[in-house]
Each structure stands twice: as structure tokens, then as C-alpha cells.
Ligand binder design. Sequence first.
Ligand code: HEM
Length: 477
Amino acid sequence: MATTRHVGPHGARTLTSPVGLRNVHAMLRRPLEHLQHLQEAHGDVVEMPMLSQTWLLLVHPADVESLLVAHHPSLVRDEFAVYLRRVLGQGLLTSDGDLWKRQRRLSSTAFTPKRIRGYAGTMSAVTDRGLARIEAGRVSRLHEEMSRLTMEVVAEVLFGAGITDEDVQTVSRSLGVLNSLLTNSLEAAVRLPAWIPTPNHRRAANALADVDRLVRRIIDDRRRSAVQRDDLLSHLLNAVDEDGSRMSDTQLRDETLTLFLAGHETTSLALTHALYLLGKHPDVLRRVHAEVDDVLRDGTGAPRLPTEEDVPRLSLVERVIKEGMRLFPPAWIVGREVAKDIEIAGRRIEKGTQAMVSQWLTHRDPRWWPRPEAFDPDRFLPEIAKTRPRFAYFPFGGGPRVCIGNHFAMMEAILMLSLVVSRFEVELIPFSTLRHAPSITLQPADGGVRVRFVPRTPRRATTHVPTVGPEAITSRT
Ligand code: HEM
């Protein structure tokens, strides 16, 4: 396997203009195309001036690994994460140093493999309830439906019975407002201070106050109640650090809001893209139907809800999700600010540089992904996957700051996708095309593709489902 760095025809630097105005403009308007273009022109290491900053983009898997794993101690959160602090406070996603280490230790107790498996029942039951509310045959936005479902799932896994439907709606509304402020607004683009009373800032302040009140009420209720629960919030509340201390109410608020925000939108994008790709590839969908119909049956042959024990048997569903996140990674770029000079790929990277890695680029690099545009879930068969460098695929990041919800999200996506496809044919509406308007996550543009959910009756699988079929499932997305 080739591991040498590729230096493009113009070397490793891009000096489109001394202050990078063109880079800023292109990153705001067409970031995916711009990054692709820069990589083609400049190779595996791209230096981009961006107003007062320098961005350094690393594309080669060895350099991605070096940044995220080996150099973790010399890095802090990038500028954007610092901007996010005004909403998320000092939660896991936005904190650094000793505070982050302590919070990561405490929060990890809620994400042990056993605890994650324990959330499976809630995930399936909430999805089941949510799917029952889908109006059969009505045209709807796929991403909106998936966001609603993952919001309900994460709300119930976090707070259990402590949250009402009305509360979920409050959170959903508020997160929508905050999300658009943090991502697509002029205020975010120029990092306007929050005290400047623009209409967007006022709306965001109200939305934040609403979620704050709600989360604090739930935490208060929980502290007063003697009932032992098994939801994520209880595990965070009960987590005790090495010195016997626990999280304060403010830390709990920051962590719960972080889990809400980080936990629902990413998973909903993974599901949206998987369903979109299945809609485009009926041959793969047929195999997925055969798998779910075979696995999700009770002793009498009647369809049933998926459980955590089914997850290992839903291996094609898992590969579809992985391949969906390769082509359309929910987190498409990850950044760090260099706090101490480091060296990567034989090059000195100075303190203050914003070092970036992009899943969008590395996941579509033909050196690791032959015919990168083709949808082929069997790339993730273990014998094929093991031939690639470790960081050719990193939808959840890597190193000490790897997504804490990684295994949670995979289980959730497998359970939810299998349930959706076993209940519905998700028909893409003709000419409703997938385009993206990337912000922190890979958001679909214009509300996303439109679909029709048509109820289906699960069938008993009569034939063996081949894992690699001669009817190769590789066609363009
Ligand atoms: C498909 C779904 C998901 C994807 C693709 C995803 C992706 C990521 C990525 C790439 C990072 C690393 C960011 C960085 O290095 O700067 C991250 C961090 C994080 N994710 Fe996820 N995530 C997903 C689901 C979840 C879920 C379900 C939760 C919680 C329930 C969650 C909570 C977090 C948190 C708290 C962090 C910060 C970790 C830290 O810095 O210590 N994520 N996620």
C-alpha cells in the first residue's frame, strides 16, 4: 500500500492571496469543492491563509493519526469550538486541559459497553413510537423526520421518564435556533460578540434560556428524587471522580446540552444518508430487507423490535451505515489549534496554526478507496477493511478526543435503520436531489431530499443472504 505523501503540482502551499480572502469566501460558499480543489492542486499538506490565521490541512491518514493521536498533548480546541462555548459552556466538546480530562473520566462511566447495551431497549421502543406517527404516503423531508426521531431517542436515553413530549419540543425548537446561529449566520461567520443585540442574538438568548431552564429543572427534580434510574443523566449524576468529587449542576447542564447537541444531529445525518443511498441502490436495499426480515422475527415468525443481541447479526445494515458515513461524513472536518510547535510530515507547524483534518477528503481519496464515488458497503467487510491504513476512515475522529458516543451512535443507527427499513419503503421523490450546505455538520441544503414513506410488510427470508454477492453492488451515488 502506498504511504508516501502526495505533493501536488503547486507544492504544499496555497497563496491565493496574502490574507486568504479568496479562501474565506470559498470556505463560506462551497467548502467541500474548495477543499477538494486545494488537495488536487497542493497535495497532502495544504497551507491556507484565512485572514489573521493560518489553516493547515492534513489529508494523508498517517498525518491525520499523527495529529489526533500522537500530538494530542500539544493541541487545544480550535477557534470554532471556542465560539461554541457561548452555548455549550465548558462541556466535553468545548473544554480543554484538566477540566476536559476530568469531565471525560466522569462522563465515560455513562458510556461503558454494558451501559450502552442497556440503552438499546429505549432506542428501539422510542423509534417504534416515532415511526407510528409517520403519515403513510405523505411526502416529507427525510432529514427532518430523522432529526425528530433521533432527538426523541437521545432525549429519552438521557432523561428517561423525566422529559415530556412538550419538553422535547422545547429542546428541539431551541436547538434549531441555536444551531442556525452557530452555523449559518453572519454572526457566526464573523464571530460577532454575543452582547451585540442583533435579532439572531436575541432569538438565541431566548432559546438558550428556555433549554437552560428545562435542563436545570430536570437536574433539580432528579437530585430531590429517591428513585434509582438507569438513564444517562443518572450515570452522570452518580459519577464520582478519583478524589470523591462529583459534577456540579453547571457542569451537568453543560454536559447534557453537549450530549443533546452532539448526539442527535450527527446520528440523524448518518441515517438520512444511509436511507438516501439505499433509495438510490435497490439492489443493496433488497439484500438489507432480506437481512432485517430474517433477523427481526420472534419464535412464531412474527416481526419484532430489534434488540442489542441482534446488532452483530445486522452486519449488512452496519456496513451500509459505515459506507454512508464514508461518502457523507456527518462530521466532515475537525480542527485543533496548535498550542506548542509540532512536526508532522517533516514539517514544522507553529503555535497558533489551526490544524485541520477533513473526513470528506480522506474518505474519498482513491489511494484508499478505489472508485471513491461508488456506494459499496462491502468495502467494510473485515478482510477488506483491514488492508486500509487505520485513519483512512475516521467518522468519529480519533485519539483521546475520539467521539465519546461512538459505540452508542453505531448501535443506535443500526437499531433505527433496521426498524425504518423493515417498516417502510422510503421512496425518493424524483428530481429531489441531495445537495449539501455544510456547517459544523454535513447539513443537507434546502431542507434535504424529499421522500415518501410507504408501509411494507416484512417477509420471511427464504434464501441465504450472501455477504459479497456476484451482483456487485457498486454503482455511482
Ligand atoms: C453518527 C454519529 C456521530 C458522529 C459521526 C460523531 C462524530 C464525532 C466526532 C468526529 C467527534 C470528534 C471531534 C473532534 O475531534 O474535535 C465527536 C466528539 C464528540 N461526540 Fe460524537 N458523533 C456522533 C454521535 C455522538 C453521540 C450519539 C454522542 C452522545 C450521545 C456524541 C457525543 C460526542 C461528544 C461529547 C464529543 C466530544 C468528545 C471529547 O472531546 O472528549 N456523539 N463526535
